[in-house]
Design a protein around this ligand. Structure first.
Ligand code: IMP
Ligand code: MG
Length: 427
């Protein structure tokens, strides 16, 4: 059997949570392999909306085992709140959840480090979610971090204090003071709670499941353009958001990778700083933001909006080996007479290219657009692919003909039910 992987091809917020929830019934295991509480995966069904940050999106299906893999950075405080919310909704999450002992722990001082480092960068700041992601991955790679398994050690408190002392010195270097007494109380209470859950060597769990023919879905967080190597560095997150991250973040050998679902919006968004070639800084961008309710599910920040960008999608598809595309939020573009698609970039020397130059900053390239007719039909009211208007079908086949990967799912609304499964059209 194989591990199928679902990931975002843009700058995150593509709608991964919804598709995991839609695909989940056919899987036995759903696993998160990177990121942490910076993620916000929104699921809607039966009239309610749920936002998950660290818990895999398979949690609403009682037959599914959910795994928080070793590549994740876990904040015990946020995690406990998340578990409580699920419990209040009648979901017995503790039963179906396994947490890797090798997952990195986010301490309260990591969040302070995130903030002081962003403040020190001034206008050059990353626009981090301030959840402590960067500092925690730094400690992991720097070989000084704490892991979930460490909470079982008798000297956990001493190890904690040692790491916090390091952080205190760094924070003082920035001219600030570390004051986290209250947060520490929450942290240790949450760690006590974490000890009662299923902490496991999840790499064995996954490989045993593979050997016994179980179906596994790995759920990516953020998006390929936020990948620490291939994203718009330094305006990226601190993890490998690509398929390769699922291998290292779960302990899965590359030969076991199966389908790769690439999720993208019918337009494009980005939250935080950094280049965004097709960004619309006009009323069209505002119209997309309002129609798509494009405000961060983790931070509430307004998302930057723009047209779909084929060079970046081609890049993400190439690096991830995407086998199927899922187009999200197609219903948001109803009110446009004309839809633009960026097909190429024009470089300062006049050359046209569909490859990504080293920098995507505005002075390095100019997006070149193709204009397609809008459909002016509320796609949210449509229940089958046969009813899709011709102009929208044209949009789909146009994109497929450039990307050479079939769009197998079209999402036309936030609810689980607003999902059209489409016969694959290979370009
Ligand atoms: P960090 O991951 O919190 O350090 O944030 C780094 C960059 O990634 C910032 O621009 C964030 O806005 C962005 N980012 C992090 N997580 C997400 C996400 O789940 N969706 C969208 N953007 C994200
Ligand atoms: Mg999100």
């Amino acid at each position: 059997m194989a591990v199928d992987i679902l990931l975002g091809l843009q700058w995150g917020d593509e709608g991964k949570g919804k598709i995991v929830d839609v695909l989940a019934p056919t899987y036995d295991i759903v696993a998160r392999f990177q990121g942490g509480p910076n993620a916000g995966h929104t699921l809607e069904f039966e009239g309610t909306k749920h936002v998950l940050h660290q818990i895999p999106s398979g949690i609403f299906h009682s037959h599914i085992q959910n795994i928080i893999g070793n590549g994740v950075v876990l904040d015990p405080i946020v995690f406990q709140v998340e578990m409580k919310k699920l419990q209040d909704r009648g979901v017995d999450a503790a039963q179906n959840l396994f947490i890797s002992k090798k997952a990195a722990l986010i301490l309260p001082s990591h969040k302070v480090l995130d903030r002081v480092s962003e403040e020190a960068m001034g206008s050059g700041k990353i626009g981090s979610t301030l959840k402590g992601i960067g500092p925690t991955y730094q400690d992991k790679i720097g070989r000084v971090g704490l892991r979930v398994g460490d909470i079982l050690a008798a000297d956990f408190k001493e190890r904690y204090n040692k790491l916090v002392e390091r952080h205190r010195k760094t924070i003082e270097y920035y001219g600030q003071k570390l004051e986290i007494e209250e947060q520490e109380q929450h942290f240790f209470a949450a760690v006590d709670y974490l000890r009662t859950l299923k902490l496991a060597d999840t790499e064995y769990l996954i490989n045993d499941a593979l050997n016994s023919g179980k179906r596994i879905l790995a759920e990516g967080a953020q998006g390929s353009l936020l990948d620490v190597d291939f994203g718009t560095y330094p305006f990226v997150t601190s993890s490998t958001t690509m398929v390769a991250g699922a291998c290292t973040g779960l302990g899965v050998a590359p030969k076991y990778i199966g389908e790769v679902y690439g999720i993208f919006k019918a337009y494009c968004t980005r939250v935080g700083s950094g280049p965004f070639p097709t960004e619309l800084l006009n009323e069209e961008g505002e119209a997309i933001r309002q129609a798509g309710r494009e405000f961060g599910s983790t931070t509430g920040r307004p998302r930057r909006c723009g047209w779909v960008d084929l060079p970046t999608l081609k890049y993400s598809i190439m690096l991830n080996g995407v086998t199927q595309l899922n187009m999200m939020k197609a219903d948001v573009l109803t009110d446009f007479d004309t839809i633009k698609v960026c097909t190429h970039y024009k470089l300062p020397n006049g050359e046209l290219t569909d490859r990504l130059p080293h920098s995507l900053e505005a002075d390095e390239l100019e997006p070149v657009y193709e204009e397609l007719p809008g459909w002016r039909v509320d796609l949210n009211k449509i229940d089958s692919v046969d009813e899709l208007p011709d102009a929208f079908r044209n949009y789909l086949t146009y994109i497929e003909s450039h990307l050479h990967v079939p769009i197998t799912i079209v999402s036309v609304g936030p609810d689980r039910k607003s999902t059209l499964k489409r016969e694959a059209v290979k370009a």
